[in-house]
Ligand binder design. Structure first.
Ligand code: ATP
Ligand code: MG
Length: 597
């Protein structure tokens, strides 16, 4: 421990945080090498820049530099949540197992839910989310329609025992989430609360200086359109999404609707069996017959298990299309479809892979909308090396149901306006969800309506992955030298690099500027280490602080400092005497532009 006497005094802001720090007395360990277990750039850079350190799989320590960015993000979230009228609470990590039994999730939740016993042998869980706990508060405290609407939120630590924790903070086991829960008297009220949160989330990610898209997300067979995901756009993102430059329609790939896409009927004519030697896949068959792949009707057998045992379903789709399994699941009323192995398909249909046919099939057949629209297609003949041409859907073979089942491809027509769709990748950082009465019903959370009757409270839930948002911001903003923080999330706004700290003129100029900037409230990191300039530059680039000021003998001889913008690489010389004002102005401006610098 150093005593106060050893340290030059540090300025403190209104929240009690330091405005400036000296690298020599800070804990910001940087690494030259990527950590061995890091696959994605944000994970590599967060560790190398000394923002986080791994404790164990999916569990991370935030070091001071990482914590500063975390605070900034939390502050942005908090101010938008408070502005929306939501009230902040803080709920416990450890929750009684009995509450989870009441909601039914003790049984439903898989091994992601960390369960343990306390010394009295009571079941406990470490909260992966807080619907149960917050609904328990509401059922105790809310009595009348006069107490509603209400939105409660917290920023708190969750634990989910993810099967594959990876990508650093992006998919941790322990992670920080902002979760909010809205409570309303009816659907209409819940809709208003949902829209409010939607807007707050847009403000939050905009104020972070991030490029993002809001996409319609799948919310199961009975969800309606009440789920949206907020995606930070990054080529490395885990999630695929579709976006329409024409009308702004955007959706998660799983949910992306199609009303139409190019598919061409095979030449009409009588149903004819033809010899197609060795045509076991769609491209080979299309080449052999000299027809587009979309004229071939691919038949795939799926198994879906319900309480009544397994059911087999044959799905017919144009040959150039992938089946979207979420759409198929919804078409099957929520039952999860599993593609049958070639062996199983052969046992069930008696037909080997590549020749499965809808003609005379005994199982239920469901068709993708476009395959149902074709006037004729080529289908398997149910025997090796043969296909049928001229097969008319719904005439030559039965169709038990028609659904939108295909995966969207680039340039498919937008389901809203018909313009060509663009595919993008993103990272899900936020999720808004209309819950309805699922939890209020399970836990008995009611209120007295004006007519004296008891009614169930209508809920919504809204999450932001706080650590994941930081990681996503790096995934979107970096170059080969390191992080490029948006001003709004940067741990410091400015870094000062005195090149020779032994030189008194240089160190005095640096200390003076440091004092002036921190006095103005500009968050400044002073690299006062006695290191070679090359090492300091490398670390500064790695840390990604938006504005870098180099203080050198040469510059000082002209009464100037060098100012370099981390994002653009643009360099300008600024006069020493006006430096603090110029820097203050740049930082303020960058924040006003929504954090983008
Ligand atoms: P995912 O599909 O990525 O597992 P989820 O649907 O389980 O996410 P929610 O339960 O909606 O996520 O949680 C709200 C937010 O919490 C997500 O949008 C995401 O940003 C974040 N989040 C979820 N799981 C993790 C995790 N394992 N690590 C870090 N952040 C997470
Ligand atoms: Mg999850």
């Amino acid at each position: 421990m150093t005593t106060n006497d050893d340290q030059k005094s540090l300025k403190i802001n209104a929240w009690g945080e330091t405005i400036g720090e000296r690298v020599s007395t800070y804990l910001s360990p940087t690494l030259k090498e990527d950590p061995a277990d890091a696959e994605v750039i944000s994970h590599k850079l967060m560790v190398r820049a000394g923002l986080i350190r791994k404790l164990s799989a999916g569990i991370y320590n935030y070091l001071p530099m990482g914590l500063r960015s975390l605070w900034k993000l939390e502050r942005i979230i908090r101010s938008e949540m408070n502005r929306s009228g939501a009230k902040e609470i803080l709920l416990p990590c450890v929750q009684p197992g009995d509450l989870w039994r009441e909601s039914g999730r003790w049984e439903q939740y898989g091994p992601e839910l960390l369960r343990f016993k306390d010394r009295h042998d009571h079941d406990c869980v470490f909260g992966p989310t807080h619907e149960e706990v917050v609904t328990d508060i509401i059922r105790r405290e809310i009595r009348s329609f006069r107490d509603l609407p209400l939105n409660l939120y917290q920023i708190q630590t969750k634990f989910r025992d993810e099967i594959r924790p990876r990508f650093g903070l992006m998919r941790g086991r322990e992670f920080i989430m902002k979760d909010a829960y809205s409570f309303d008297v009816d659907d209409q009220g819940a809709e208003v609360a949902y829209r409010k949160m939607y807007r707050s989330y847009e403000n939050i990610f905009r104020n972070c200086g991030l490029q993002f898209a809001v996409v319609e997300a799948d919310s199961g067979p009975i969800g309606g359109s009440y789920s949206h995901e907020f995606m930070v756009l990054a080529d490395t993102g885990e999630d695929a999404l579709v976006s329409c430059p024409g009308c702004g329609y955007a959706a998660n790939m799983e949910k992306a609707e199609l009303t139409d896409y190019p598919a061409q009927s095979a030449p009409a004519g009588p149903l004819t069996k033809i010899h197609t030697p060795n045509c076991t896949d769609v491209p080979t068959l299309a080449r052999f017959l000299n027809i587009p792949e979309s004229s071939i009707l691919k038949s795939m057998l799926f198994e879906a298990s319900s309480e009544n045992g397994p059911e087999h379903v044959l799905v017919v789709i144009p040959g150039n299309r992938e089946i979207n399994l979420i759409k198929l699941k919804n078409a099957l009323g929520g039952l999860t479809p599993v593609l049958c192995t070639p062996q199983a398909a052969e046992e069930i249909t008696g037909v080997i892979k590549g020749y499965v046919t809808p003609l005379g099939a005994k199982v239920r057949i469901i068709a993708d909308q476009m395959s149902a629209k074709l006037t004729a297609g080529v289908v398997g003949a149910g025997e090796k090396d043969y296909h049928f041409t001229g097969a008319r859907p719904g005439v030559d073979f039965k169709i038990d149901g028609v659904f939108d089942l295909a995966q969207t491809q680039a340039a498919d027509p937008c389901p809203r306006c018909g313009a060509p769709i663009v595919l993008k990748r993103g990272i899900e950082v936020g999720h808004v969800f209309k819950l309805g009465t699922k939890y209020s019903k399970a836990l008995g959370s009611t209120f007295t309506a004006p007519d004296g009757s008891d009614k169930l409270i209508v809920m919504g839930c809204y999450g932001i992955g706080v650590g994941r948002t930081l990681a996503a911001s790096i995934e979107q903003n970096h170059d080969r030298d390191g992080i490029i923080w948006p001003m709004a999330l940067a741990p410091f706004q400015v870094i000062l690099l005195p090149l020779e700290v032994q030189n008194e003129q240089i160190s005095t100029a640096a200390e003076t500027l440091f004092d002036q900037l921190t006095e103005l409230g500009v968050e400044t990191l002073l690299d006062d280490r006695d290191l070679r300039p090359g090492n300091k530059f490398k670390d500064a680039d790695l840390l990604g602080i938006p504005i870098k000021i180099t203080i050198s003998k040469k510059g000082l001889a002209n009464g100037q400092f060098e100012l370099k913008h981390r994002r653009t690489g643009e360099v300008v010389m600024i006069p020493e005497k006006d430096a603090s004002k110029i820097i203050f102005g740049l930082c303020t401006l960058a924040l006003q532009k929504g954090g983008q610098n």
